[in-house]
Design a protein around this ligand. Structure first.
Ligand code: MG
Length: 283
């Protein structure tokens, strides 16, 4: 794969990402895939989807897990419902994430990703230690499948995420960096955060956002906007990725599945923006 191939979030069936025919129509060579529901995670589904990707010259670079019961309605609801942090659902979700890792393997994909949730603040607490243990258990399974696990950024500050990765002490734990999430969740200036966690970044999202009003940051969402229209500074973002030696895919994420027409339009524009910046920056 050449340096910085453009990518987009796609789905096997209905879901947040775009359908494969849209990926093809836009001429995008790589995808990250939202894992389909359990019923669809079969060998047959994997074989068919992979064959369609191969025919279209599309490479699957990461499979993202998500869980029943997660809600991004507002930040407080996120804290209660997202990822492996909520204790009531943790063991079932670790099990499901292992199954998603197995499905990714069927697709020949060597990376899986997820929002782990809002990692507890106190690293000496039982809650934190138990989350570390659950993450190690998952990582051992993912590792046995020959895969890395990428934690989506946004729900923690860069320092907090780094501390967690160090505590887990596994060599297949990395980061999927999403600059817009740092703004949406109010967890830090994205370029500064990227520099801090850079050595762990193995995949990235190209997404843009506007900050919530200053007194609302971390309480109310910022606003996701088309790539280039937000506060990330996409040129600086790509320049920083270059400084860090990142050469993986640039995966566009535009989370407006309620308006497929607009989503496709915005993704098309994002492709052109990334291609022109890539030509300038990589020369
Ligand atoms: Mg993202």
């Amino acid at each position: 794969m050449s340096e910085w191939p453009v990518g987009v979030f796609a789905s096997v069936d209905a879901g947040l990402g775009v359908h494969l025919d849209v990926v093809q129509e836009l001429g995008i060579p790589t995808i990250q895939l939202h894992a389909p529901h359990r019923d669809s995670r079969t060998q047959e589904t994997a074989d068919t989807f992979l064959a369609n990707c191969v025919d279209a010259g599309i490479t699957i670079t990461c499979v993202f897990g998500g869980f029943e019961g997660e809600s991004y309605a507002d930040i407080a609801t996120c804290v209660r419902t997202v990822g492996l942090v909520p204790e009531e659902t943790r063991s079932a979700r670790v099990q499901e994430m292992k199954e998603i890792s197995d499905f990714a393997r069927k697709l020949g994909c060597s990376a899986v990703g997820l929002h782990i949730g809002f990692i507890p603040e106190d690293s000496s607490s039982d809650r934190y230690r138990q989350l570390v243990d659950a993450t190690r258990d998952l990582l051992d399974h993912v590792g046995a499948n020959g895969q890395t696990l990428h934690l989506e950024t946004g729900q923690e500050t860069a320092d907090h995420l780094l501390e967690f990765i160090r505590c887990v002490e596994r060599d297949n734990l990395f980061i999927n960096f999403d600059p817009a999430n740092m703004i949406l969740y109010g967890t830090g200036e994205p370029i500064d955060a990227l520099k801090k966690v850079g050595r762990y970044v193995r995949s990235v999202h190209c997404k843009d956002a506007l900050w919530a009003p200053e007194d609302q940051r971390g309480i109310a969402w910022g606003q996701e906007v088309p790539l280039g229209d937000g506060a990330v500074n996409i040129r600086r973002y790509l320049e920083t990725l270059k400084e860090l030696g990142y050469d993986g895919p640039l995966t566009i994420e535009r989370e407006i599945p309620e308006d497929r027409q607009q989503q496709k339009h915005d993704i098309g524009q994002a492709v052109r923006l990334l291609e022109s910046l890539r030509a300038e920056i990589l020369g």
